[in-house]
Ligand binder design. Structure first.
Ligand SMILES: [Zn+2]
Ligand SMILES: [Zn+2]
Length: 103
C-alpha cells in the first residue's frame, strides 16, 4: 500500500527592514537576515531549516519539506528506509514532543 506523502511548501521571504524581526522556530533567536524561510506556519533562518537526517538546507534543495513523526526531512531521506539514527530520534521526539533535535 502506498503511503501518502506528507509534504509542505517552503517559501522564501525577504525581510522588510521596518517590521519586527520574527523568531526562528529552529533556534528561537530573532531572524535578522535579509531573507527568511516560512514553512509549517513558522519562520526559520535559512540555516535552521535543515533535514534532520542529512543536515542539508531545505531552502536550497527545493521548496518542499517532508515530515515523518515530527521530523523534518528532505525528499531523499523521507523516501528511503529510515535507519537506526532516525528511529532513535523518533523515539526521543515522541517522548519530548518537540521538533527540536538534540545533537
Ligand atoms: Zn534559527
Ligand atoms: Zn536529508
Amino acid at each position: 500500500m502506498q503511503k501518502k506523502e506528507k509534504s509542505f511548501g517552503i517559501q522564501m521571504l525577504s525581510v522588510q527592514p521596518d517590521t519586527k524581526p520574527k523568531g526562528c522556530a529552529g533556534c528561537n533567536r530573532k531572524i535578522k537576515d535579509r531573507y527568511l524561510l516560512k514553512a509549517l506556519d513558522k519562520y526559520w533562518h535559512e540555516d535552521c531549516l535543515k533535514c534532520a537526517c542529512c543536515d542539508c538546507r531545505l531552502g536550497e534543495v527545493g521548496s518542499t519539506l517532508y515530515t515523518k513523526a515530527n521530523l523534518i526531512l528532505c525528499r531523499r531521506d523521507y523516501l528511503r528506509e529510515l535507519g537506526d539514527f532516525i528511529q532513535q530520534q523518533i523515539t526521543y521526539i515522541n517522548k519530548v514532543g518537540s521538533i527540536k533535535l538534540e545533537k
